[in-house]
Design a protein around this ligand. Structure first.
Ligand SMILES: Nc1ncnc2c1ncn2[C@@H]1O[C@H](COP(=O)(O)OP(=O)(O)OP(=O)(O)O)[C@@H](O)[C@H]1O
Length: 263
């Protein structure tokens, strides 16, 4: 593959704003195929806006975005649809349809794109639910009957419904207790390894950043101010990155992981 073909996403010089406020200010970022990229930044700093803009859900004021080499703004409707199908999304809060059962939620994107008989859709959806660690018994439960961790898993199964090559996860472990969050992190890592997925993950969770992310992109002042493995974050001179990764909590997380690894 040429260097360009190794990229899942290329964001160049992106400008996004609302009214008089500029949220993303000439931001550039590249995501490699097969990696887990963690995107971190201050609350309100523009992580969700960036994710939604990459997916074409928020209009941009300038710059360019390519997904698998396709600029959705210049793509034909067929190219845009084909590219969209290569992407799965888990929005913040899971965003399941409350009036649909777990299996119906997973089948929602399948019914939109796949013309398959109900029995096959059931088989595929059950396989997706099992892939994320749920049981066939959970398939007929409504979101209100599931725990927070189970809701996230159903949302992940739905994001995987069309066998995407990249999944976008917006704060996947927020609202989960530490053990459920750790389980979810492991699930993401396992799926990435077994399915060869690219994972783009917004997170505040230092544990997730340390345990599952191959690279981290830190957003501050509307730009990516540091990008690379954890070591790059520790070497950054940017004040927000220094405060976040050098703070007391970060050191506790680091020493906890070193202890677990027997270092
Ligand atoms: N549709 C919108 N209209 C106006 N302002 C918006 C809109 N969407 C987002 N914003 C503003 O853009 C800024 C960035 O929001 P965003 O949700 O991307 O932050 P974030 O980094 O994801 O925060 P958090 O970590 O708290 O989820 C915020 O000031 C937010 O109020």
């Amino acid at each position: 593959m040429t260097p360009d073909e190794q990229l899942a996403i290329r964001v160049s010089d992106l400008v996004v704003g609302f009214g008089s406020r500029t949220v993303l200010d000439h931001l550039s970022l590249e995501v490699c195929r097969g990696e887990i990229l963690g995107v971190v930044g201050a609350s309100g700093g523009g992580k969700s806006v960036l994710l939604r803009t990459i997916l074409g859900l928020v209009p941009k004021r300038g710059g360019a975005i390519e997904l698998f080499g396709v600029d959705l703004e210049r793509a034909t409707p067929a190219q845009a649809e084909a590219t969209g199908r290569r992407c799965g999304v888990l929005f913040q809060q899971g965003a399941l349809f409350s009036s649909l059962t777990a299996i119906q939620n997973v089948q929602f994107p399948m019914r939109e794109y796949l013309d398959l008989p109900d029995e096959i859709l059931d088989e595929i959806a059950i396989a997706k639910l099992e892939m994320v660690g749920l049981k066939a018994d959970d398939a007929t439960k409504f979101p209100s009957e599931l725990s927070g961790g189970m809701v996230k898993r159903v949302a992940l199964a739905r994001a995987l419904a069309l066998d995407p090559e990249i999944v976008f996860l917006d704060e996947p472990t927020s609202g989960l207790d530490p053990l459920s969050a750790e389980d979810f992190d492991m699930l993401i890592r396992t799926l990435q390894q077994t399915l060869g997925l690219t994972v783009y993950m917004n997170t505040h969770d230092l544990d997730s950043l340390v345990t599952v992310c191959d690279r981290i992109a830190a957003i501050a002042d509307g730009k990516v101010v540091a990008v690379g493995p954890m070591a790059t974050m520790h070497q950054s001179d940017h004040p927000w990155v220094k405060a976040y990764f050098g703070g007391e909590r970060a050191q506790l997380v680091r020493s906890g992981h070193a202890e677990k690894a027997g270092v």
